[in-house]
Every structure is written in structure tokens, then in C-alpha cells.
Write a protein of this length. Structure first.
Length: 308
């Protein structure tokens, strides 16, 4: 037993040193590309490009604002809109204070205050995956302040998901902290290729996704945010789904018919529940809709910009 504990301790120490080195290198090679604003104890990192009608981009679980840059959506949209892409709390270079439950509503309130400080009025809010819940919460909390929604590959209604208990362990106090600073980043990197195939399938992983800063997203702080949001996924969808019928903000709902992460039935159900929505389900398309069809996303933004 003593030898086993000694071996575990040695392995954990080595893993911790390796993770710390990888974290520091990732931050050196991928410094913040945008600006910062402090709101309610949160330091939010955001990228602000273009001029015109404001568009806000909210990424999914495990990602960051850079995801919209690599997909092409940010640059295409910035040709005719003012586009603001946020690192959501805990991702990229945005902080996520502990001691607060970061529900979609809690995040939406932070973004509402940040947008007010930035002088942004009635934006089109675009959400991908977990970011769709934040986008919907923002429209529910402040309906007069959101012009319209574009929702991609979202999870909107509670279902049984076997991945939730597995992917939530890094958020468990003490044990989760230990794993995040030692073995979890290494295990996550090992399964990364399989995860990519699942997210993008049935299409191949685009070459430009190779530039995604993997070790930046595998930092202990970001793994904790991702695990916490996985744990909140089902209850968050359950809470919001009770109020979909009251949401009068117009929405365009986009989904891939072959999504292996979130079944497109979720988007079909949302379309039926929302009073003002349009649904577009694209064949042979997986979860990373914005990488495969960036111009379809911007076309949806164009249509959303025309809503009264």
C-alpha cells in the first residue's frame, strides 16, 4: 500500500509539473487578442470588430471566443456588423469567481451589464451549444434589450445523458481539484482526436481547427468551468424550457441533422415551443455547424437583423 501511494504521488507530481508547463506555454503562444471589461467581479475578455448593427457571439462548453474566429463567422459577419465575441466566464481569458452558481441566467446578467457598459443596444445574440442557453436567458431576462436570436446546435430540453456524470467529475470539490491539476488534462488530451470526430462528424475535421489552442482549453481553470456547465446542463434546460412559450424574441434555430453531440430533435422541439422562430436543419452536418456553414450562420444573422 505504501509503495502504491508513493507511486501515485510521484506520478501526480510529475503530471502537475507537466500540466503547469503546458499551461504556461499555451498562454505565451496564445495571448489575449481582445480587450477586457470588469463586471460584477468578473473580468470578461472580448473581441470587438466591425461597425454597424451589433452582433454578440456566445460560444459553447469547452470553447472560447477564438472558436468563432477560426470558424470564419466572426470575420464574415464583421464585414457588415459590429461583432462582439466574448469568452464566457471561466473560458479563454475571462475569470469565473468561485462561490457563485454560473447558471445561464447568472451569465446572461453579466453580459447584459457588460453590453450596457460597451454602449451596445439591441444586439442580435448568436449562441452555439451551451451558449444557446445563455442567449435565451438573456432574451428572457431583458426582452427589450435583445433584437433577435440565432441559436445553433443547442440542448434545450432535459433528457437522460450518460456523458453528464462522467464529464462533471472535474467540478467535484477536492477530488476534482486534484484531478484537474494532474491527470485530467492528460486524459482529455488523449481522447481529443475522438472528441473532434464526434463533434464534427460525419464531416471530416476542418484543417483550420488544427489552430484551436488545445492546451489553452485544457487548463485546470477551464476544465473546471466545462465540468460545472456539464453538471448544470440538464437542470438549466429544464428550468428554461418551462418559459419558452413566453419568449417573444424572434429566433432562427440552426441544427445539423447528423449531430452526434445533441440530437437535432432538440432544435425541432424548440422551434415548436417558441412563438416566433424559424428552423433550419441541414443534412450531413454535425455539432460544429458554424465551421461547416459559416455563411449560413451569417445569412441567418442577416435575416435576424431584419426582424422588427
Amino acid at each position: 500500500m505504501t509503495l502504491a501511494l508513493l507511486a501515485l504521488g510521484t506520478a501526480a507530481a510529475g503530471a502537475a509539473l507537466f500540466v503547469r508547463a503546458k499551461t504556461r506555454r499555451a498562454e505565451r503562444e496564445n495571448p489575449p487578442r481582445g480587450q477586457f471589461i470588469h463586471v460584477d467581479g468578473v473580468r470578461l475578455h472580448y473581441v470587438d470588430r466591425g461597425v454597424g448593427q451589433p452582433v454578440v457571439l456566445l460560444h459553447g462548453n469547452g470553447a472560447m471566443a477564438q472558436d468563432f474566429d477560426l470558424s470564419g463567422v466572426l470575420d464574415i459577419a464583421a464585414q457588415r456588423y459590429r461583432v462582439i465575441a466574448f469568452d464566457r466566464p471561466g473560458y479563454g481569458y475571462s475569470t469565473r469567481p468561485r462561490g457563485r452558481l454560473w447558471t445561464p441566467e447568472a451569465q446572461a446578467q453579466v453580459f447584459y451589464e457588460a453590453l450596457a457598459r460597451l454602449g451596445v443596444e439591441r444586439p442580435i445574440v448568436v449562441g452555439h451549444s451551451w451558449g444557446t442557453l445563455v442567449a435565451i436567458a438573456l432574451a428572457m431576462l431583458h426582452p427589450a434589450e435583445v433584437k433577435s436570436l440565432v441559436l445553433m446546435s443547442g440542448y434545450y430540453f432535459p433528457t437522460m445523458r450518460l456523458d453528464v456524470p462522467v464529464m462533471s467529475t472535474a467540478a467535484i470539490p477536492i477530488l476534482g481539484d486534484f484531478m484537474r491539476y494532474t491527470f485530467s488534462p492528460l486524459l482529455s488530451r488523449m481522447v481529443w482526436p475522438a472528441l473532434e470526430k464526434k463533434m464534427f462528424g460525419p464531416a471530416p475535421v476542418p484543417r483550420r481547427f488544427a489552430a484551436f489552442p488545445k492546451w489553452l482549453s485544457l487548463r485546470p481553470s477551464q476544465l473546471r468551468a466545462a465540468a460545472a456547465e456539464t453538471a448544470l446542463l440538464i437542470p438549466s434546460a429544464a428550468g428554461l424550457s418551462r418559459r419558452y412559450a413566453s419568449l417573444q424574441t424572434p429566433a432562427i434555430v440552426l441544427a445539423g441533422a447528423a449531430d452526434r453531440v445533441v440530437d437535432s430533435v432538440q432544435s425541432e422541439r424548440l422551434h415548436k415551443a417558441l412563438p416566433r422562430s424559424e428552423l433550419r436543419v441541414v443534412p450531413a452536418t454535425g455539432h460544429m455547424f458554424h465551421y461547416l456553414w459559416p455563411r449560413k450562420v451569417v445569412a441567418a444573422i442577416d435575416q435576424a437583423a431584419g426582424y422588427a
